[in-house]
Ligand binder design. Structure first.
Ligand SMILES: Cc1cc2nc3c(=O)[nH]c(=O)nc-3n(C[C@H](O)[C@H](O)[C@H](O)COP(=O)(O)O)c2cc1C
Ligand SMILES: [Fe+2]
Ligand SMILES: [Fe+2]
Length: 396
């Protein structure tokens, strides 16, 4: 049965939610599910903005058919060609053979790669600033390359002042019968997932997000309709400000993330003692994580949120413990920068993790390494405990 939500009188959400999927992109745990948003504008011409993931395709097609109410579909606007949004394009073409497809040159290249179709006259190629009138609704297109794929664009409806923003301003999480941000406790219950979504999926492309934020400044926006999560109709500046901070790699809050790896418990013990020391000295937001038990996407999200980080790691085959290495590699890949970082190494016969971690951090932008690097030989002793106390002072 169809399940749709009205965004305005003439714009309807025709997407769906998935609470069964364990791992988004077969990688990111999504405890709260995810939504795949698609929007249908009913005007003199009808226009669908993006499709949906194949997992919800039946729901999606039922929603589209119900909302069209017997009318034909005139346009499909493709803001993003990642399969969680484009998977239904092939079937949509078969169901609505009259439909024209609106995208940029890169969009059409990807449609051919994914679907092996000859679009001919169906393809309407647009570029930055081009307009499309649906009757009352006047749409214009803004390119958002590498936020987070090269073909990404946003569509602005000047009539209703809605920005269809593709993955930007999206979040993990399935709505609870709701559709608007202010129908949920976004700051309390969704923000962590939104940050985890942004930092892991879009995080690498901070400069490109900054470029899009600059373009948005000129637009009068009443609503942001992303491809995942709720539609924004209030507090929009608050969420744009989050995006602005994240894309400048600026911490939201002062705080110290202590990420440790430990096989036998001694590096964990040092992490706890350091955390205790920091709290006693007045540090706020001290967060201790075992990297073997915490999904790396959560660690990345915490590093985006807080200003300081301590990496505590045993030496493993003369190098960095594997789970910690994955975390550090991810930090590098996502371009994390501008953080104050402390290092604790452990080793029984030839501690070497510290040197390797320092080299990784020095290859990243604007990382301040806090001295001293603490060296533990198997378990904390009085000399290494003294070093740990000195590190605690430096981290404050
Ligand atoms: C597979 C493996 C490889 C290791 N490689 C090294 C090494 O190259 N150099 C070293 O000093 N210690 C090495 N160690 C020892 C641990 O780093 C050391 O015992 C450390 O104190 C463990 O800290 P934990 O109690 O927090 O697990 C290795 C241990 C294992 C299991
Ligand atoms: Fe995407
Ligand atoms: Fe997406």
């Amino acid at each position: 049965m169809y399940y749709t939500k009205k965004i305005t009188d003439s714009v309807t959400w025709v997407g769906g939610v998935d609470r069964r999927l364990a791992l988004f992109e077969n990688l990111f745990p999504i405890e709260n599910g995810v939504s795949y948003n698609s929007y249908l504008i009913m005007d003199d011409k009808t226009a669908l903005l993006d499709t949906a993931d194949s997992a919800i395709s039946l729901q999606f097609f039922e929603n589209v058919e119900h909302t069209l109410d017997g009318r034909s579909l005139d346009y499909l606007i493709v803001n993003h060609m990642e399969p969680d949004h484009c998977a239904c394009i092939g079937e949509l073409i078969r169901r609505y053979p009259e439909m024209k497809i609106v995208g940029n040159a890169q969009t059409f290249k990807f449609i051919k790669q994914f679907f092996d179709v000859e679009l001919g006259e169906k393809a309407v190629t647009v570029k930055e600033g081009d307009k499309l009138s649906l009757g009352t609704h006047e749409l214009s297109f803004y390119m958002a390359p590498m936020v987070h794929w090269p073909e990404v664009m946003a569509t602005y409806d000047a009539t209703e002042k809605i920005l269809f923003s593709a993955d930007a301003f999206g979040t993990f999480g399935a709505m609870n019968g709701t559709i608007f941000n202010d129908e949920e406790d976004f700051e309390g219950e969704w923000l962590d997932d939104a940050r985890r979504y942004y930092s892991n999926i879009v995080g690498k492309y901070g400069p490109q997000v900054q470029a899009v934020l600059k373009k948005l400044k000129g637009l009068d926006i009443a609503m942001i309709a992303p491809l995942h999560g709720p539609v924004w109709r209030s507090n929009i500046d608050w969420f744009i400000d989050k995006y602005d901070k994240w894309s400048r790699y600026e911490a939201e809050e002062q705080g110290i993330v202590i990420a440790y790896a430990s096989m036998y418990g001694d590096t964990a013990n040092a992490a706890d003692i350091l955390a205790g020391e920091l709290v006693e000295q007045g540090a706020k937001n001290v967060k201790v994580y075992d990297v073997s038990k915490t999904h790396v996407s959560k660690l990345i999200s915490e590093v985006f949120k807080y200003s300081n980080l301590v990496i505590a790691c045993p030496t493993y085959n003369n190098g960095i413990y594997p789970a910690m290495h994955e975390f550090i590699n991810d930090m590098k890949a996502l371009g994390i920068q501008g953080r104050k970082v402390g290092i604790i190494e452990n080793g029984t016969w030839a501690p070497a993790a510290g040197k390797a971690i320092r080299a990784e951090l020095e290859s990243m932008k604007n990382i301040e390494i806090v001295e001293p690097v603490v060296t533990i030989r198997s378990a904390l002793q009085s000399d290494s405990r003294t070093q740990l106390e000195a590190l605690a002072k430096g981290m404050l």
